[in-house]
Design a protein around this ligand. Structure first.
Ligand code: GUN
Ligand code: ZN
Length: 435
């Protein structure tokens, strides 16, 4: 199989950066080479050394002076909400009932699901995202479209059909048995096929009866290696309604704990308003709080205490995500810009090294997939993004005075979007230039 050799400035993380001057936390190669073969990274380092190891017929692509990084990872978004983006609502529950639930009903039609799946992957690639963790609709057709399109493009994707059996329109309800059976069927059909991972996906406690929560627990017991994804503590009205539905639980987090859903493969979207007890429980279980900044601002849900959760005696694992279509951008750069601003409002600092760590290795660790994605290590998937910090005239002007790598990263995050993504490689193949 032929090799592809990329030349450019390589940047990848080794661990979470402790400060803006923590140069030990990342690997940076000013004139770097990245060699890819059979969908994997086979060598990286100084260009001259990697070139010497490449076969004579390796295809070479010169990306200088751009940055080459592991592809971005989006830990939480909704595949059937591409046409929900930019819906004008006062808050989460109004937004769900007025726009989101009616729109998701359309995914019973497989032609519609397939059409949106094509756009979905095009947008991810356009924005440099190579792995995403998605909610499909309640319909099996939507999961089939989601996974078949991922397989066509050989992308590493995590997703699941949502289970929901109350508090939504009839066209969006399954039953505990249907949710269980269809999830099992989706696991049989798609998990481990290509680079697909199926996640057990009870939407949130408001839309699942206790019987459906028990069905989710049964799935979690039968398939302990699978991710579980759901929503937690996003909005004050949501929290109040949820706790009324499960009066026996001490708080929102305890509802999931009671059904065996609080574990180290569980990804909880939002987690904005957790009590200390809930944060302790999340920490002890190793569950992940997934921060969705553009969504939290757009829906007015609240300010996620990222720094406070990360520095607790019992720290909470953190992921970052777009939450399309509550979120307002597919771009992880735009996402981290808003994450930065939220920390500013809380009187905290989120430095740019931390942002890029979170989008890559941080999210890979939160997914327990760091042996496959999130770095440029040998033997990992050749999912790579190429970034241009001078992509627009205004960015180019600012770049004239940028002197350090953290300054360049901060400019990319503050002003960048899909225009800053020069190329996206999926399993070693250049995709962005083909869409
Ligand atoms: N909670 C339950 N479903 C959803 C959803 O689709 N989006 C958001 N932001 N929160 C939710
Ligand atoms: Zn969500």
């Amino acid at each position: 199989m032929t090799q592809t050799l990329l030349r450019g400035r390589l940047l990848s993380f080794l661990r979470a950066p402790q400060s803006l001057t923590d140069t030990e936390s990342y690997r940076y190669e000013d004139d770097g080479g990245l060699l890819m073969q059979n969908g994997e990274i086979v060598a990286s380092g100084p260009y001259a050394e990697v070139k010497a190891r490449a076969s004579a017929d390796a295809a070479e692509i010169d990306h200088r002076p751009h940055l080459i990084m592991p592809g971005f990872i989006d830990m939480h978004l909704h595949f059937p909400q591409m046409q929900v983006i930019a819906s004008y609502a006062a808050n989460l529950l109004e937004w769900l009932n007025t726009y989101t639930f009616p729109e998701e009903c359309r995914f019973v039609e497989s032609a519609h699901a397939q059409r949106i799946a094509t756009h979905f992957y095009d947008e991810l690639i356009r924005h440099g995202t190579t792995t995403a963790v998605a909610y499909c609709s309640v319909h099996k057709t939507s999961a089939d479209a989601f996974f078949s399109e991922a397989m066509k493009r050989n992308m590493r994707m995590v997703g699941g059909k949502v289970m929901m059996d109350r508090n939504a329109p009839q066209g969006l309800l399954d039953t505990p048995q249907m949710g269980y059976d269809e999830t099992r069927q989706i696991i049989a059909d798609w998990h481990g096929k290509g680079r697909n991972h199926v996640a057990i996906t009870p939407r949130f406690a408001i839309t699942s009866t206790p019987a459906q929560m028990e069905a989710s627990q049964a799935l979690a017991r039968e398939f302990p290696d699978l991710h579980i994804q759901t929503h937690l503590s996003e909005n004050h009205d949501e929290i109040k309604f949820t706790c009324e539905l499960y009066p026996e639980a001490v708080d929102y987090t305890d509802i999931y704990a009671r059904y065996g859903l609080l574990g180290n493969k569980t990804l909880f979207g939002h987690c904005i308003h957790l009590s200390d007890r809930e944060a302790d429980a999340m920490s002890e279980a190793g569950s992940v709080a997934v921060h969705c900044p553009t969504s939290n601002l757009f829906l007015g849900s609240g300010l996620f205490p990222l720094k406070a959760l990360a520095r607790r005696d019992k720290p909470v694992r953190i992921g970052v995500a777009t939450d399309i279509g509550g979120g307002s951008s597919y771009s992880m750069l735009r996402t981290m810009d808003e994450a930065y601003k939220i920390q500013q409002l809380l009187g905290e600092r989120l430095n740019p090294l931390e942002s890029y760590y979170l989008m890559t290795l941080g999210n890979a660790l939160s997914l327990s997939l760091a042996d496959k994605i999130g770095t440029l290590d040998n033997g990992t998937d050749a999912d790579v993004v190429v970034l241009n910090a001078a992509a627009t005239p205004a960015m180019a002007l600012k770049m004239e005075v940028v002197k350090t790598l953290p300054e360049e990263l901060f400019l990319l995050q503050t002003m960048g979007d899909d225009r800053a993504i020069v190329e996206t490689y999926v399993a070693g193949i250049a995709f962005k230039s083909t869409i």
